[in-house]
Design a protein around this ligand. Sequence first.
Ligand code: ZN
Length: 250
Amino acid sequence: MNQCKKCKKKFAAEYNYCPTCGVAFENEANPGYWLEKARELKIKGRIRAAIEAYREYHKFDGKNPYSHKSLGELYYQMGEMDRSIESYLESIELKDDYADTYYHLGISYYRRAKIRKAIESFKKCLELNPAFAISYYWLGIAYYHLGERQNAIQAYYKLLEFNPSSFIANYHLGVNFNAEGEYKKAIDHLNKLKDCCSEDEAVLYHLGIAHFESGDLAEAVNIFKKAIANSPEDKRSEKMLKRILDVSEL
Ligand SMILES: [Zn+2]
């Protein structure tokens, strides 16, 4: 005999779900019980217990792409990248047109230092859903990691198309253009962050570098001084300022 925990009505043992409210009965031989338990544990952040519940569920039903994806997310949170990748691939095997799974797979590959595979996954995500803007962010990160800065720049420009005032896109464009030696463009993008983040020590540091490298030492000194005044613990700007001032005194 099953009793529904929601409506309290009783039903025969062969039922897995309450016919009235659709809640799974608490019965360990019931796959729905494990699935509900797993979802509930996941929401509560009880990662290890949720993983166990999904594994129990998969003993009954291994053909649910969403549960494999959820398991992949849990392994990711545990820092178990190989298992996370395995679960996402299993999910994709069952449903290969779900952009979100490729997105998460890409991040797990990136964390596992499989950068080419990460790029492939982010691209597949965007192919399935071109509006999945945050995938462009990760694509940029992955290309930058490989030193393919022109590709990174293209990815951040795409991100800007979706969100023209995006902090992270303008910031990374600044960093990438600096690394490419295109300081004027770096300054343009970093200056776009003046309104939102003129106090940010990382923004100021890269802006200072762009001015320094393009020969505008006076402006570089001003910016590094501002960075240090805002964040006295900013060692990078302090080091640069010291370097400029020491040389100038010679
Ligand atoms: Zn019920």
